[in-house]
Design a protein around this ligand. Structure first.
Ligand SMILES: [Zn+2]
Length: 423
């Protein structure tokens, strides 16, 4: 078996306390050796590049089965690799819903065939994501799910939520919460506030998120069952999660790039690519989310990649579906507007997209160690360009970031020792 030598790279692995210029030898899918002046059969000089533990996007929608016109496992994972990820976790709101063993096995099978990266499916909490009856949770985990979630919809019934939390304790994954109180959010298209009033659009108040976060934190306190809050968007829910963590509750949280970079004023463009759920909030909320990232209240950055067809989004604002295609823009935008602007250090960013997602989902990833499978993301912090949806590999070209300039992107994604150059 040939030895691949990665030479002269800045190796950055916060979990292993490594940040220095080193060589890495990869053989037979694994990291054989990390050190200085190593030798190999084939050499890749990576001087000037940063080798990180492989990036994980823990919240994407791949749409298959059921909505193959929007995305498939093949196109979504190919897009994920282009985005610099070596692993994705995909949500259960497919058709049929991934609330049973057969659907999860189908998704994993499709990924086996595609062969680009590692895919970790998330199963539904309730049958059909209707919020009424628990799904076959034991079967879901047996089929390979890493967590359960009704993401896309909030679970309104406290009784169902409590039962799900109690039951889910028996398994290894967290329950991922889509915090949205449905009666408050009903008919809403954007953040409730001044801009919504000006535009005459029905708003989704912050309380729709905050009351569910508060409720679920109470339920977690009494059940001691672990929960991960998806796409946190408000000042208040960030504060509630911070308090809960101080008390030692088993809680984690993520934020999306679009909630960090855009406010509800973007909706004034009437561009349906600004319609997301939860909605874009305000500068106050963004500041709170950034503080949450800095102090560790928010553990992860995930794209909530939600591809739609051009036709789906090419309509009046009120008729457009929620969501943006984000898996290919997440890393360059975060490197440029979060790391370069000083919100996070590069090391802390790596925690949010690799170390912490691995911990939350209990995946054997997030480190660079001898003897482990070689799953690495390589960054060029100087590579510049601009977001061009026309060249997306995802079927979804629905992005509000068209034309945004970036400096810094992933140039290689190494999956189980297989080197993929990202063009
Ligand atoms: Zn989602």
């Amino acid at each position: 078996m040939k030895k691949l030598l990665i030479k002269n790279a800045r190796v950055l692995s916060p979990e292993d306390g490594i940040d220095e210029i080193l060589d890495i030898v990869i053989r037979d899918r694994k990291i054989e050796k990390i050190g200085k002046r190593l030798t190999g059969d084939e050499t890749m000089d990576m001087a000037g590049l940063v080798v990180c533990p492989g990036f994980i996007d823990m919240h994407v929608h791949l749409r298959e089965p059921g909505y193959e016109e929007k995305e498939t496992v093949y196109t979504g994972t190919k897009a994920g690799l282009r985005g610099g990820f070596i692993a994705l976790a995909c949500m259960a709101n497919t058709k049929p819903v991934a609330d049973n063993r057969a659907t999860l096995e189908f998704i994993l099978n499709q990924n086996q065939k595609a062969g680009f990266l590692k895919l970790y499916p998330i199963g539904a909490v309730t049958k059909g994501q209707k919020g009424e009856e628990l799904a076959e949770i034991a079967d879901i985990y047996a089929a390979g799910a890493v967590a359960i979630s009704d993401d896309g919809k909030g679970i309104n019934s406290c009784a169902i939520m409590r039962r799900a939390l109690e039951y889910n304790k028996m398994f290894h994954g967290p329950l991922i919460v889509h915090a949205e109180e449905q009666t408050l959010a009903k008919d809403g298209m954007m953040n409730e506030g001044l801009v919504a009033s000006l535009l005459g659009f029905h708003g989704i108040p912050r309380e729709a998120e905050d009351v569910i976060v508060a409720r679920d934190l109470e339920l977690i306190a009494s059940t001691d069952s672990s929960v991960h809050f998806a796409h946190v968007s408000t000042l208040r829910s960030t504060a509630l999660i911070r308090e809960a963590k101080k008390k030692g509750l088993p809680v984690s949280a993520e934020v999306t790039p679009h909630h960090l970079l855009l406010t509800d004023t973007a909706v004034k463009s009437f561009d349906t690519n600004t319609k997301v759920n939860p909605p874009l909030r305000t500068l106050n909320d963004i500041e709170a989310l950034c503080e949450g990232l800095r102090d560790g209240t928010i553990d992860a950055i995930a794209s909530d990649h939600a591809p739609h067809t051009f036709e789906d989004k090419d309509c009046e604002y009120s008729f457009a579906p929620f969501g943006i295609s984000g898996v290919e823009t997440s890393v360059p935008l975060m490197l440029t507007y979060i790391v370069k602007k000083g919100v996070l250090t590069l090391g802390d960013f790596v925690r949010k997209v690799s170390v912490n997602p691995a911990k939350i989902l209990h995946l054997p990833l997030g480190t660079i160690r001898e003897g482990t499978e070689a799953n690495l993301t390589v960054l060029d912090l100087e590579a510049s360009g601009e977001v061009d949806p026309e060249i997306f590999l995802s079927k979804g070209r629905n992005t509000p970031f068209k034309g945004w300039k970036y400096t810094g992107r992933a140039v290689y994604a190494i999956v189980d020792g297989r080197v993929n150059k990202i063009g």
